[in-house]
Ligand binder design. Structure first.
Ligand code: ADP
Length: 218
């Protein structure tokens, strides 16, 4: 059983890699961004509140986020590990997580800004199953149709240049300092670099798995 956090700027590929690592490591993935988008889609009262933040590229308040995390952690079958994608994003959230569970390692995605901006503007997502595509280098076989479930693809409303810029700023200011927090705690890091736009996800996943094996976590 292994508990991991995947860190990286918006568009660094957290969701893409986490969903692939899920199969290989037999863990659950908790992606707070996905959970919030689902709540917005269902138009629940909390979903309406959350929408205002997500659409602006701002962080959803910590109390709401922590409740959502706890609810989803409780659903993980006993004995199964997890990857957190998109949580924690603030020091407050990291401290709250500390009281809930132990973390075995941090996966840190290192991706230059220019790749992030190119990727996010070309990102498309399946409305039905959430699979992630990219019109540049991870194209669906049929135009705007999901390879896996034939659902329609759409562009996230926060993948616009202005909101992308805000999300990157928020990441640098509020989330990046958490890397030091975990380093100081002595949690091991697995770094994965992506320096080319065309690097296939599988190559990065392999790099992560190699790092986890060195730590005897895969
Ligand atoms: P990305 O990492 O590409 O920005 P996510 O899907 O992880 O995308 O998150 C989308 C949005 O959901 C964020 O911009 C933020 O508004 C909200 N969000 C997700 N996770 C958190 C969190 N842990 N705390 C606060 N807000 C969050």
């Amino acid at each position: 059983m292994v508990n991991l956090i995947i860190f990286g700027a918006p568009g660094s590929g957290k969701g893409t890699y986490a969903s692939r690592l899920k199969e290989k490591l037999n863990v659950e993935v908790i992606a707070t961004g996905d959970i919030f988008r689902e709540m917005i889609k269902k138009d629940t009262p909390l979903g309406r509140k959350v929408k205002a933040y997500v659409e602006k590229g701002l962080l959803v308040p910590d109390d709401v986020t922590l409740e959502v995390l706890k609810e989803n952690m409780a659903k993980i079958p006993k004995g199964k590990g997890f990857i957190l994608d998109g949580y924690p994003r603030t020091l407050e959230q990291a401290k709250a997580l500390n009281g809930l569970t132990k973390i075995d390692a941090i996966i840190h995605l290192v991706v230059p800004d220019w790749i992030i901006i190119e990727r996010l503007s070309a990102r498309r997502i399946c409305k039905n199953c959430g699979a992630i595509y990219n019109l540049l280098f991870l194209k669906p076989k049929k135009d705007m149709i999901c390879d896996k479930c034939s659902g329609p693809l759409y562009q996230r409303s926060d993948d616009t240049p202005e909101v992308i810029k805000r999300r990157i700023e928020v990441y640098e200011k509020q989330t990046q300092p958490l890397l030091d927090y975990y380093r100081e705690k002595g949690i091991p890091f697995v770094e994965a670099k992506c320096e080319k736009l065309e690097t296939p996800p599988e190559a990065v996943v392999q790099e992560i798995l190699t790092g986890l094996k060195k730590l005897s976590l895969a």
